[in-house]
Design a protein. Structure first.
Length: 452
């Protein structure tokens, strides 16, 4: 145990302490009540009598040149505190064996090395870029240096190095060479501390260094910035999980759709023949009299906000280009498009498929995905609503692109307003072959290759 090791060290080295012959190292074992890492380190710092103090934990093993490298680096950089990179060591491996192997390049794989970035106040807000608690300091110029003594606080090195760096960046240096082995086990603090309920709260204490030392009264902004970063990490985790589920569902559903569509095609070659939208391919355009009467350029399609125009450059079918709906914006603050309402009067909930094609023409701007999309507002039979279902298009993609999505709710739908949406951008977008069908019909016309 650790106590047995300390007892043996005490007996081995106590006799040499205070001798005038100077033979052997003087190791002094100090016994105190458990005051966690910070308390023990501060006691050692106060009792140390040398010009330099090196801190090491019980899971550290110094390489033969650690002390000399620290001293040389601090002399060359005129820094008062130096940290370094570390090399991870599996618990079953003897450090001396690992060192000898590295000298003779006998490792089967490269060593696992952690190299921190070094003193950086901006990056240090969100991650410990400074180094490990295995550090050396110049005692004469670090009179105010002190380790935090909070219980179950695993990232004290982060706080003390951040504090000293915020006070003076030149005071702290980072040696990008691993000068010690860091032994890791399944039960070590590095592996288990983050799982502790206390540690999850105490590990936020490092922010004290920034709150107290940042200039211009920027300290109070630190928790806010850190919280935003944590929220972003959660969003990324959720997105990754959703992506995993999407791939899994696609893999499961794709063969089912293939089998379903084989059956459907025996009776109906066109999956969109039961399209609920009228004039979905924009083949019918009103004459002046009809336009003045209905306000519709293309039959059945109403203007949405600033409206739409005719273009002959629709999807090419049988080597012939057909008409299409063209939506143009020259002001990023405007909205344009075409819209059509479909009254369904569903007696029971049934899923729908919204599908269509679009082509971006010199589009710029950075709105939300829904701002260039097939967009749908739903009214249910109980007169409640679901706003903003959408199938997005990619404004940077060349040529005609397909987009589709499922509208599925647990209550019957009264009506759907389909909008060919284009807003918060400049440029133009052409829309063609837009459809709203029952899921079982339209799904056979969708291309699932991009979803794999």
């Amino acid at each position: 145990s650790s106590i047995d090791v300390l007892d043996s060290l005490d007996r081995k080295y106590s006799e040499s302490c205070g001798n005038d012959d100077g033979e052997g190292p003087c190791v002094k074992v100090v016994r105190i009540e458990n005051s966690y890492l910070g308390g023990a380190r501060n006691v050692g710092l106060r009792m140390a009598q040398g010009d330099f103090v090196l801190f090491m934990d019980d899971d550290n093993y110094a390489k033969p040149y650690e002390v000399s490298t620290f001293l040389q680096a601090m002399q060359d950089t005129k820094s008062d505190i130096a940290a370094c990179a570390s090399e991870y060591l599996a618990s079953s491996l003897d450090p001396q064996v690992a060192f000898n192997r590295s000298l003779h390049r006998q490792e089967r794989s490269g060593p696992k090395i952690h190299i921190p970035l070094g003193p950086s106040v901006a990056s240090g807000l969100f991650s410990n870029v400074y180094g490990d608690a295995n550090l050396m300091l110049r005692k004469a110029t670090c009179a105010t240096f002190s380790w935090p003594e909070d219980d179950s606080y695993a990232v004290q090195d982060w706080e003390v190095l951040a504090r000293e760096s915020a006070r003076n960046l030149r005071k702290v240096t980072l040696i990008p060479e691993p000068l010690f082995y860091y032994r890791t086990t399944s039960t070590s603090m590095a592996q288990t501390a983050s799982l502790s309920r206390i540690s999850k709260h105490s590990d936020q204490l490092y922010m004290r260094a920034f709150m107290e030392e940042l200039p211009l009264n920027l300290g109070p902004l630190v928790p806010y910035a850190v919280d935003l970063k944590l929220q972003l990490e959660e969003v990324r985790k959720e997105r990754k999980e959703l992506e995993r589920k999407r791939k899994m569902l696609t893999a499961v559903l794709k063969p089912l759709v293939v089998e379903h569509c084989k059956y459907q095609k025996r009776f109906n070659a066109d999956p969109f023949s039961k399209n609920l939208l009228m004039n979905s391919n924009f083949m019918e355009w009103n004459q002046l009299e009809a336009y003045q009467r209905t306000g519709q350029l293309a039959r059945r399609w109403n203007r949405y906000e600033t409206g739409y125009a005719f273009t002959p450059e629709g999807i090419v079918e049988s080597n012939i280009s057909s008409p299409a709906c063209l939506v143009k914006l020259d002001n990023i603050g405007k909205v344009a498009g075409a819209m059509q309402e479909v009254v369904l009067m569903q007696k029971e909930p049934k899923p729908l498929l919204l599908h269509g094609w679009s082509k971006a023409l010199n589009v710029s701007g950075a709105g939300q995905p829904a701002d260039y999309s097939l967009y749908a507002d739903i009214t249910f039979r109980d007169w409640t609503h679901a706003w903003g279902e959408y199938c997005p298009f990619d404004q940077d993609k060349e040529g005609w692109q397909e987009s589709f999505g499922v509208i599925d709710f647990d209550k019957p739908i009264h009506s759907v307003v389909v909008v060919l949406m284009f807003r918060w951008r400049t440029g133009a977008a052409a829309f063609d072959n837009v459809s709203l069908t029952n899921l079982g019909d339209g799904i056979c016309g969708c291309n699932f290759d991009d979803l794999a």
